[in-house]
Structure formats: structure tokens, C-alpha cells
Design a protein around this ligand. Sequence first.
Ligand code: CA
Length: 363
Amino acid sequence: MRVVIMVLLSLILASCGGKDGDPATAGTVDMQKIYKWKLVTTWPKNYPGLGTAPENFAKKVEAMSGGRIQIKVFGAGQLVPAFEVFDAVSQGTAEIGHGAAYYWTGKSKATGFFTSVPFGLNAQEMNGWLHYGGGLELWRELYSPFNLIPFAGGSTGVQMAGWFNREINSMEDIKGLKMRIPGLGGDVITRAGGVSVTIPGGELYTSMQTGVIDATEWVGPYNDLAFGFHQVAKYYYYPGWHEPGSILELIVNKNAYTSLPADLQAIVEGAARAVNQDMLDEYTARNNSALVELVETHSVDVRKLPDDVIAELRRLSAEVLDELGQDSEISGRIAESVKAFKKQAMEYHAISEEAYYKARKEQ
Ligand code: CA
């Protein structure tokens, strides 16, 4: 067996071209060719975490490729408006984009599954589902008709329920509430009698200040402090039932990706994976100190949503998910996949993560 492998290896090396047989200079790959890509985002340029992730991605790809891919990053509105990122990359105006899948429910309702599902998977579970539970394959199937290849491009962890200028004491308080909350969470708020709207992050402060909306969810302490929402809202509610483990996306134009040689494709994939984990690491470190600053420096009134409100939102979320699962054939398969993964994750995490959090608290 070992002999066969050695022979095969030497054949592979010999076939790799290069006068000296060095695979690094081999084959038909033009090592001098420079790929210049444009990356468009739904975030303000260099916005903490969400906006710095695509900048980090671009730097990593350029360094790892020895300058063979050079990526220029555009913030929201610099090349295209925030909510035109999907179309811009789909059509090839830009080769790559960074945003969140649930901004594109107008293209396909099932995109909502790939940012976060209300009462669904947390960040750790979401990454497990995507990379080892069949999630990424489903995501790629969903985006394929749009000429796009999605990659996980960051993770925020459990978010906060949001900033409210109205106390939430019962479900009655959600009736007529005008709230910025995209994706499936927005569908749940609508079902509860509220009015959900989707507005890009960069416009939220003014929308709250001028009373266009009564409430907004955004991310968590680190990002919310950066936008200054404590200056325009009275109450900061938790937990983020609607986004328990949000994944950001890097979307690559299929033609641009397939035109890359295999080594550069591997670099794009590896850099995306690195940036995806890096964002979660950053949020895990920075949310803590940002919460302290919000409470101690800015006297923010942090409140927990009442248990009966959470229970009702959970019931409505199940209805929304059931209906979404019946929306199309692929939506049904995605819903089944998420549901099965969540069931198993909940069983194991009850005796691991959850039990440990409890044990740690009691010590
Ligand atoms: Ca959010």
C-alpha cells in the first residue's frame, strides 16, 4: 500500500509541471495575475465589528495570496446603498459583499434562516449547523439561482432584544409598536400586532431620534454603544429572543469565484472562516465592557422582557417558522434541518453548556 502511495505521489508531483518539478511554480496557474475585487457592505465604513470584519477579510486575503487578490472595501452608500449589496454582487458590479442574509427576504423568504431563527440556535450551534450539520450546503443551494456563493462571515453571539421608548409589560404594549426588526423576528412582531420595519444600521439613530420608530433592535452592547442608542431610547431590553446567534454573510459572485485558481479559492474560504470566528471572539470580549459603560457611565435602564411576553413570542415564532417551512420545497428542507439540529443540540447542551452556566453561578 505504501509503495502504491509513493508512486502516486511522485506521479502527481511530476505532473505538476515546472522545470524543476516544484509544484509551487506548476501547472497552468498564472502566478503573476492580479485579481482586483470590490467588496460592498451593508455597514458604515469601518463600523466596529460588522464593518471591520470585511476590512480584516480583505487584508487577510491580500496577505495570504501574496498580493494576488487585492480587495477594495466600500461602506454602505459608497458604491451601492446598503440594501443593494445582494443585487450588486449577484450582477457582478462588485465581486463580493458583506451583510446579513435576512436583509434579502424579498428575494427569497428562506434567506431568513441563515442569519438567525427566533428561539433557534445560538452562535456555537449555528456554526456547528452550518459547517458540520448541512446548513452551508442548503444556503449555497438557496443562493445558487442568484449566481452567489455564501460563506459565514462573522457571528455576533446572542443579541439584545433592543432599545424601546415604551415599557413592555405585556403583549398589549407590542400592539402598534413600530420597531426596526428585520427577518423572522420582524414577522413575529407583526404577528403580535406590531409594525416591523427594516432600516439599515446607519439610519437607526436618526429614526429613533425623530420618532419614525418607537423601538429598534441592533446587536448588543458593543455595537449599540457605538451608535449611541442610549441617547435616543429609554429602555434596553433583553434577551435577544429574535437573534440568538446571528451569522453575518460574505457573498461571492459565482463567476468571480470560479475564475480563481484553486489555491486562491482556498484562501478566500480560509479567510472567511477565520473572520467568522474572529468576530465572535471580538464580541465575546467587548460586549462585557460595553455593558458596564452603558450602565455605569450612561445610566442605561436595562430590563428583562416579562416571562409571559417571552412565552407568547416563542409561541408566535413557532407559528411563523411552521408557515415558512411550507413556503417552498427548499424552505421545507431548511426548516427540517434546523429543527432536527436544534433538537439534538438542546438535548446535549442541557447537560453541557446549560448545566455548566448553572453550576458556575451556584459556586
Ligand atoms: Ca440584530
